[in-house]
Design a protein around this ligand. Structure first.
Ligand code: GDP
Ligand code: IMO
Ligand code: MG
Length: 425
């Protein structure tokens, strides 16, 4: 069984937790896009692990973890994270693999990310994570990027010098400090030896696994509404976190994918700038943020919070072909007397959108249309079976499923590993 897992909102849906849960029955976990902009949290006992580049399957000894060709990888972030994983007591040898086709995020991409963001006027800022993601993908698509395989080539230092020179022209034009090419060469030379043991042809590796009927789990980072094509462009990330990205970012064909799992929080959050129709600016929003611990796992920024948006989730169901949903953070809603579901966006001229519009100016003229349901006002985090849920919580979930399509596969009622209910998967 090969599974693609994707975020269905604006990220931070709890993908890391669900990946950790599904890794038990998988042999290989693959990251196929994004980079260290991701922050995936897994809580085991009283320990909290946050992973950025390394697949969340790493916390299960013996499982293989792959950084696929679609990822943009900052070697410094990666090395720091690998050291951390080892300090937590997990073995990496023989089970962590990096595609030689993956793109590198270099210091100049990070500098450009910050300089470009600083140069954007208010209203146009994206609120990036500052991890160099946009400039690294721009370099890839512009065909002047640096691939992991390039670090093993004899002309690596010339390539670094060329790239720094090119980036410096842009940095200076943006009013930022240029970088020193010699220093960059010095900085990156030791990386070669450090990364070498992990670099391999991951396409060949994954196909060998497929041929021996091993099961592969594709770990999406970011989410559908941050997708460069399907998200709230230009307030998006620079990759395809949607299900199609699993194939282009790994070298595995769509015919090998057996199912798609979408992860949704039972409310909505967003970090960074851009449209968010159900955003709350009142006490309810504050309650979601406080009870949900809604602060970024990568940047620590407070996340914007709002009601569940069925327009977004329905759109994500279609774009990704979600078979099963992993619904998370039910427990965060436990105290609300009333819970709301957004079913459409009403424009100021009366027109109601029931699918997500591409035109963000039109979206600005809209207000959400809500259905209200009674809350359950009791604790759910100790509950271990779907049947034992309060009737109003079941009704809330059932109404959401009716609106968005797909089946319920996993329900999460707390941050810890054991607070995960298997329903249909
Ligand atoms: P990801 O980026 O999709 O992996 O999600 P993050 O790790 O950035 O954010 C999800 C946060 O919610 C983490 O702090 C998780 O520990 C936490 N979390 C996940 N599922 C649940 C849940 O069902 N209930 C609660 N209260 N917290 C959860
Ligand atoms: P996970 O995998 C939430 C957001 C940033 C910004 C926009 C572009 O943890 O769900 P970027 O640095 O990618 O160029 O920033 O995307 N963003 C995320 N938001 N979760 C993430 O990852 C995100 N990765 C990027 O806040 O708005
Ligand atoms: Mg996150």
């Amino acid at each position: 069984m090969n599974t693609v897992l994707v975020g269905a909102q604006w990220g931070d849906e709890g993908k890391g937790k669900v990946i950790d849960f599904l890794t038990e029955e998988s042999d290989v976990v693959v990251r196929f896009q994004g980079g260290s902009n991701a922050g995936h949290t897994v809580v085991v006992g009283d320990k909290k692990y946050v992973l950025h580049l390394v697949p969340s399957g790493i916390l299960h000894d013996g499982k293989h973890c792959v950084i696929g060709n679609g990822v943009v990888m900052d070697p410094f972030d990666l090395m720091r994270e690998l050291e951390q994983v080892e300090s937590w007591g997990f073995e990496l040898k023989g089970r962590f693999h990096i595609s030689e086709r993956a793109q590198m995020v270099m210091q100049w991409h990070r500098a450009l990310d910050k300089a470009e963001e600083a140069a954007r006027p208010d209203g146009k800022k994206i609120g990036t994570t500052g991890r160099g993601i946009g400039p690294a993908y721009a370099a890839k698509v512009g065909r002047y990027g640096m691939r992991v395989g390039d670090i093993l080539k004899p002309d690596f230092t010339d390539l670094v010098r060329d790239q720094v020179e090119d980036a410096n022209r842009k940095l200076v034009a943006l009013g930022a400090q240029p970088l020193d090419a010699d220093e960059m060469v010095r900085l990156y030379t030791p990386m070669v030896a450090a990364l070498m043991p992990y670099v391999t042809d991951t396409i060949q590796f994954l196909h060998e696994k497929l041929e021996s009927k091993k099961s592969i789990l594709f770990e999406g980072a970011q989410a559908t509404m941050l997708d460069i094509d399907f998200g709230t462009y230009p307030f998006v990330t620079s990759s395809n976190p949607t299900a199609g990205g699993a194939c282009t970012g790994s070298g595995v064909s769509p015919r090998a994918i057996d199912r798609v799992i979408g992860v949704v929080k039972l409310y909505t959050t967003r970090v960074g700038e851009g449209p968010f129709p159900t955003e709350l600016f009142d006490a309810d929003g504050e309650t979601l943020r406080t009870r949900g611990g809604e602060f970024g796992a990568t940047t620590g920024r407070p996340r914007r919070c709002g009601w569940f948006d069925a327009v977004v989730a329905r759109y994500a169901q279609r774009v990704n072909g979600v078979d099963f949903w992993a619904m998370t953070k039910l427990d965060v809603l436990d105290t609300f007397p009333v819970v709301k579901i957004c079913t459409g966006y009403r424009r100021d001229d009366g027109f109601v959108y029931t699918t997500f519009p591409a035109d963000l100016a039109a979206l600005k003229r809209c207000t959400p249309v809500y259905e209200e349901m009674p809350g359950w006002q009791c604790e759910t985090s100790h509950i271990t079976s779907y049947d034992a849920l309060p009737a109003n919580a079941k009704a809330y979930i059932a109404r959401i499923l009716e609106l968005i399509g797909g089946k319920l596969g996993v329900l999460s009622v707390g941050p810890a590993r054991e607070t995960t209910l298997r329903i249909n998967v």
